[in-house]
Design a protein around this ligand. Structure first.
Ligand SMILES: *[C@@H]1O[C@H](CO)[C@@H](O)[C@H](O)[C@H]1NC(C)=O
Ligand SMILES: *[C@@H]1O[C@H](CO)[C@@H](O)[C@H](O)[C@H]1NC(C)=O
Ligand SMILES: *[C@@H]1O[C@H](CO)[C@@H](O)[C@H](O)[C@H]1NC(C)=O
Ligand SMILES: *[C@@H]1O[C@H](CO)[C@@H](O)[C@H](O)[C@H]1NC(C)=O
Ligand SMILES: *[C@@H]1O[C@H](CO)[C@@H](O)[C@H](O)[C@H]1NC(C)=O
Ligand SMILES: *[C@@H]1O[C@H](CO)[C@@H](O)[C@H](O)[C@H]1NC(C)=O
Ligand SMILES: *[C@@H]1O[C@H](CO)[C@@H](O)[C@H](O)[C@H]1NC(C)=O
Ligand SMILES: *[C@@H]1O[C@H](CO)[C@@H](O)[C@H](O)[C@H]1NC(C)=O
Ligand SMILES: *[C@@H]1O[C@H](CO)[C@@H](O)[C@H](O)[C@H]1NC(C)=O
Ligand SMILES: *[C@@H]1O[C@H](CO)[C@@H](O)[C@H](O)[C@H]1NC(C)=O
Length: 749
C-alpha cells in the first residue's frame, strides 16, 4: 500500500514527457509465484506504471509492451515516458534500461577458395550441415529464390519449434525442408513512428541483403548462376544441406534494437544451432549492446553467434561486435578476377578488370591518349565522341562518372586503387589496367599512326594472385567493447561474393540510369564474410555436435591461415598492401578442413565469461543485464579468458617494460595420446616465455594448462607488433596457432 501511494505521489508531479521505446532488463528470480508466465508479469508491471495515466488524466496512449523476452535474455520492450520509466526503475526485479537504438547493416566459388570439396574434409564429415539449423537475423528472404529449394533435403529435425509466419505476399506454404522458418519483428519500427505503414509487412525481403546472406550460409545448389555473365557456375551455400530460418528485423521503414533482440530471442527459443547476424551496434558498451546481451543467452544454450566486424575501414579500434562470447568476422578478397580483355591493334592482349554487366561491342575503336585531358576530370571531354579514351592519375570513381557524362564510348583506366576490386557497380564500358600494363598501352597509343583497341567483357578467371588480401573497408580492432580480447577473430571472403538476390529490384545500373535486375548479385562487405563463418560453424556443429560455441570458435581461429596463395604473409589492401595485422584479420583466412580436426581446443564455459565480466569495471546491474541471473558469482573474477589468442594492450604512460602473463588450458580433441611442442614467431621488441614448453597428453579430452608471458619494451607510441605461438604435434599433423599481439590501448565504451 505504501508502495502504491509512493507511485501516486510521483505521478501527481509528472509532466507526461516524451514517449520512447525502451528495452528493460528484469531479473526473473523476482517474478512473483502468482504469475504463470513472464508475459503476465511484464504486463502487470506496465499496469502498475500506467496508473499514472489514469491518475493524471494524461492524454497519452496507454503504455504497451512491444515484446516480452525470455530466451536469450529476460525483460521486455515498451513505449514509455521518462516519468513512467522512473517509476519502473524502482520496482523489484528491475535491472537496467536503455532507449531503443538503430542497428547498422553492414558463391559459386568461395567454397573452392576455402578448400571445401566433396571428396574429403568438413563437407562429407558434416553431411554438408544436414542436421544443423542456422537462424539468420536480417532483412528477410525472397522465398521463391532457387537457393531455398528443398531438392535433396531430408525431413526437418523434430526438435525444431519455429514457424513460417504468414504476412504480406507471404504464406505458410513458402517454407519447406530447406527454408524451415520465417518470422518478422517490427513493433520497434512502429513504436518509433506510430503512423508508419510498413510497406512489406512480412518476412519477404525488399532489400536483398537477407536473401544474399542466408543463401551464402546455406543455400541449396543452383545450376547456371551468374552475375550478368560474370562468375558463372553452380551456386551453393557454405553449408548446402543446413536448414535456414529467417528472422526479419530490418524494414525499409527502420531498424531497431528492440526488433533485433526479439529476433534473436525467438531464434534461440525455436531451437537454432547457429545465429548469423550481419549487422552491429556502434559505440555501445557491452551491457547496452543488444547483440552482446542476446548472444550471451544464446551462448549459454549452446548456440554459436557469428557476427560481422563492420565496414568502417582502417581506423584502429572501431570494429563492432567485438564481443568476447561470439565469433567476429573480418572481410577479405578471393582469388577471382572479373575481366575485360583489352586487345590492342598491334595484337597485344591485356587482361584488365571490368564488371560492365553487358556484352557491349567495342571493336577496333580508335585509342586516344592526350596528356592534357588524360586525368579524365575535364568537361572538355565532351568534345570527344569517337574512341576509347585512356585515363590515368586520378580517382577511378570520379573518372568513370566523368566519362559516363561525356560522349566517349569507352575508356581504359590506369589504376591500382584496391577499392575498384571490391566495387559492385561498373556503369560504363571500360576496363581498369595496372600502371605496368598502362605504360605499354600508352607507348602503343603514342607510337602508332592509327592506334585502335577492342574490349570484350563478362569473363571471369580464378586463381588470381595474391589472394586473399584484407579488404579496405573491413573494420579494425582492437575491440572498443573489450580490448583485452583480440578481435576480429578471423577473416572470410567478403568482396564480390555471388549469392541470391531479390529479382524485383536493381542490382546494378548502367549509364544512363538503366537499372538491371538479376537473380544473383555480387556484393562486398563484412556482411558477406560473416555468413561464410556461420556456414563453417554450422558444418563444424554437424561434425562435432558435442562441441561448445567456444570450442567451434577455437577450431576456426587456431586453424586459420595467415599466408596468401603466393606463400607470403597476407597483405592489407586498406593499408597500402603492408603485411596485415591480427587487428585487421584476426588469425587469418578461415580454413574449414583444418578446423574439422584441430588437435587442441581452447574451451570456455558460461561461468568463464561471467568471471571475465566480473573483472571488467562494471556495476552489479550492468553485469546482471548481461548474465540475467542474480545468482551469478564473482568469486573467481578473471580478465584472463581461456581464449585462443593473446593481446597485451599498452598505455603510453607506462615507461617500464610491459609484462603480461596469461594462463591457458587446452583440451586434447585428437584421437588418443599426443605430445605437443612449441613453434613461435616472436613479435619485435618483445620476449615471450611459455611454460611448460611441451604438453604430453595421455588420452583424448585430457586438459593441460600452460602460461605465456609477454614482455614488451618497444617505444609505446602507437606501434603494433605481432607474432604467434603454435603447438605442434608432429605425429598427428596438428598445428594449433594463436596470434600474439601488443597494441596501444584504445578508447573503450
Ligand atoms: C501461397 O502462395 C502461393 C504462391 O503465391 C500459392 O500458390 C499458394 O496457393 C498459397 N497457399 C495458400 C495456402 O494460400
Ligand atoms: C499521426 O497521425 C495523426 C492523425 O493523422 C496526427 O494527428 C499525428 O500528429 C501523427 N503523428 C505523428 C508522429 O506523425
Ligand atoms: C589534347 O586535348 C587538348 C584539350 O582538349 C586539345 O587542345 C589538343 O588538341 C589535344 N591534342 C591532341 C594531340 O589531340
Ligand atoms: C584535372 O586535370 C588537370 C590536368 O591533368 C589537372 O591539372 C587538375 O589538377 C585536375 N583537377 C582536378 C580537380 O583533379
Ligand atoms: C605505398 O607503398 C609504395 C611501395 O612500397 C610506396 O611507393 C608508396 O609511397 C606507399 N603509399 C602510401 C600512401 O603509403
Ligand atoms: C572458483 O575457483 C575455485 C578454485 O578453482 C573453485 O573451487 C570454485 O568452484 C570456483 N567458483 C566458481 C563459482 O566457479
Ligand atoms: C599519451 O596519450 C594521450 C592520449 O591519447 C596523449 O594525449 C598524450 O600526448 C600521449 N603521450 C605521449 C607521451 O605520447
Ligand atoms: C610422448 O612422449 C613420451 C615421452 O617422450 C613418450 O613416452 C610417448 O610415447 C609419447 N607419446 C606419443 C603419442 O608420441
Ligand atoms: C628479452 O630478454 C633478453 C635476455 O634476457 C633481455 O636482454 C631483453 O632486455 C629482454 N627484452 C624484453 C623486451 O624484455
Ligand atoms: C616507435 O616505433 C615505431 C615502429 O617501430 C617507429 O616507426 C617509430 O619511429 C618509433 N618512435 C620513436 C619515437 O622511436
Amino acid at each position: 500500500m505504501g508502495f502504491l501511494l509512493f507511485l501516486l505521489f510521483l505521478l501527481a508531479n509528472s509532466a507526461s514527457g516524451k514517449r520512447t521505446t525502451y528495452i528493460i532488463h528484469m531479473d526473473k528470480s523476482f517474478m512473483p509465484k502468482a504469475f504463470t508466465s513472464h508475459e503476465q508479469w511484464h504486463s502487470s508491471i506496465l499496469e502498475t506504471v500506467n496508473l499514472k495515466d489514469t491518475a493524471s488524466k494524461s492524454s497519452t496512449k496507454p503504455t504497451r509492451i512491444l515484446y516480452s523476452y525470455d530466451n536469450a535474455f529476460h525483460g521486455f520492450s515498451a513505449v514509455m515516458s521518462e516519468d513512467e520509466l522512473k517509476v519502473l526503475e524502482k520496482l523489484p526485479g528491475f535491472v537496467s534500461v536503455y532507449a531503443d537504438k538503430m542497428v547498422t547493416l553492414d558463391t559459386t566459388h568461395t567454397f573452392e577458395f576455402l578448400g571445401l570439396n566433396p571428396e574429403s574434409g568438413l563437407w562429407p564429415a558434416s553431411h554438408y550441415g544436414e542436421d544443423v539449423i542456422v537462424g539468420v537475423i536480417d532483412t528477410g528472404v525472397w522465398p521463391e529464390s532457387r537457393s531455398y529449394k528443398d531438392d535433396g533435403m531430408t525431413e526437418i529435425p523434430s526438435r525444431w519449434k519455429g514457424i513460417c509466419e504468414p504476412g504480406q505476399d507471404f504464406n505458410a506454404s513458402m517454407c519447406n525442408n530447406k527454408l524451415i522458418g520465417v518470422r518478422y519483428f517490427n513493433k520497434g519500427v512502429k513504436a518509433a513512428n506510430p503512423n508508419i505503414t510498413i510497406s512489406m509487412n512480412s518476412g519477404r525481403d525488399t532489400q536483398g541483403h537477407g536473401t544474399h546472406t542466408s543463401s551464402t550460409v546455406g543455400g541449396n545448389y543452383v545450376e547456371g548462376a551468374s552475375f550478368f555473365g560474370y562468375a558463372t557456375g553452380t551456386a551453393r551455400g557454405v553449408a548446402p544441406r543446413a536448414r535456414l530460418a529467417m528472422y526479419k528485423v530490418i524494414f525499409d521503414e527502420g531498424r531497431f534494437a528492440s526488433d533485433v533482440l526479439a529476433g534473436m530471442d525467438q531464434a534461440v527459443a525455436d531451437g537454432v544451432d547457429v545465429i548469423s547476424i550481419s549487422m552491429g551496434f556502434d559505440n555501445v558498451p557491452l551491457y547496452e549492446d543488444p547483440i552482446a546481451i542476446a548472444s550471451f543467452g544464446a551462448m549459454e544454450k549452446g548456440v554459436l553467434v557469428s557476427a560481422s566486424a563492420g565496414n568502417a575501414g582502417v581506423t584502429p579500434g572501431i570494429l563492432h561486435n567485438g564481443i568476447p562470447w561470439l565469433l567476429t568476422t573480418a572481410a577479405g578478397s578471393i582469388d577471382r578476377i572479373h575481366s575485360g580483355k583489352l586487345t590492342l591493334g598491334n595484337g597485344q592482349v591485356i587482361t584488365g578488370w571490368s564488371m560492365y554487366p553487358v556484352s557491349a561491342l567495342v571493336n577496333d575503336f580508335p585509342l586516344i591518349y592526350n596528356e592534357s585531358i588524360s586525368s579524365c576530370n575535364s568537361t572538355s571531354l565532351s568534345s570527344f565522341n569517337f574512341g576509347i579514351i585512356i585515363c590515368e592519375n586520378g580517382n577511378f570513381l570520379d573518372q568513370i562518372n566523368t566519362i559516363a557524362e561525356s560522349s566517349a564510348p569507352a575508356a581504359i583506366y590506369i589504376s591500382d586503387d584496391p577499392r575498384i576490386f571490391q566495387r559492385e557497380e561498373f556503369a560504363y564500358p571500360g576496363v581498369v589496367i595496372s600502371p605496368e600494363d598502362g605504360a605499354a598501352v600508352i607507348s602503343y597509343a603514342k607510337s602508332s599512326a592509327n592506334p585502335v583497341a577492342s574490349i570484350s567483357f563478362q569473363q571471369t578467371f580464378v586463381r588470381s594472385t595474391p589472394a586473399p588480401v584484407v579488404a579496405t573497408y573491413t573494420s579494425r580492432g582492437p575491440s572498443p567493447s573489450y580490448p583485452g580480447i583480440l578481435k576480429p577473430d578471423i577473416m572470410a571472403p567478403g568482396s564480390l561474393v555471388l549469392a541470391s538476390w531479390i529479382p524485383n529490384s536493381y542490382t546494378v545500373s548502367i549509364y544512363p540510369d538503366i537499372g538491371l535486375s538479376s537473380e544473383f548479385a555480387m556484393i562486398s562487405g563484412t556482411s558477406m564474410a560473416c555468413p561464410h563463418s556461420s556456414g563453417i560453424a554450422a558444418l563444424l556443429k554437424g561434425a562435432h555436435p558435442e562441441w561448445s560455441p567456444a570450442a567451434i570458435r577455437s577450431a576456426m581461429i587456431t586453424g586459420a591461415i595467415n599466408i596468401d596463395n603466393t606463400n607470403s604473409p597476407i597483405k592489407d589492401s586498406g593499408l597500402n598492401y603492408s603485411i596485415a595485422t591480427p587487428l585487421a584479420m584476426g588469425a587469418g583466412l578461415v580454413n574449414p578442413n583444418f578446423a574439422l580436426n584441430p588437435g587442441l581446443i581452447y574451451d570456455a564455459t558460461p561461468q568463464d565469461y561471467i568471471n571475465l565480466l566480473c573483472a571488467m569495471k562494471f556495476t552489479h546491474k550492468q553485469i546482471l543485464t548481461i548474465t540475467r541471473s542474480s545468482t551469478y558469482t564473482c568469486q573467481n573474477a578473471s580478465s584472463d579468458l581461456n581464449y585462443p589468442s593473446f593481446i597485451a594492450p599498452y598505455t603510453n604512460e607506462t615507461t617500464a617494460t610491459l609484462s603480461q602473463k596469461f594462463v591457458r588450458t587446452v583440451t586434447n580433441v585428437g584421437n588418443g595420446p599426443a605430445n605437443y611442442s612449441i613453434n613461435m614467431v616472436v613479435p619485435s621488441n618483445t620476449n615471450i616465455s611459455v611454460y611448460p614448453s611441451r604438453l604430453s597428453f595421455s588420452s583424448k579430452y585430457e586438459k593441460l594448462s600452460y602460461t605465456l608471458t609477454i614482455e614488451y619494451s618497444g617505444n609505446k607510441t602507437g606501434e603494433v607488433v605481432f607474432g604467434s605461438l603454435t603447438w605442434v604435434d608432429v605425429i598427428g599433423l596438428h598445428a594449433v596457432t594463436s596470434s600474439i599481439v601488443v597494441a596501444p590501448m584504445i578508447r573503450t565504451w
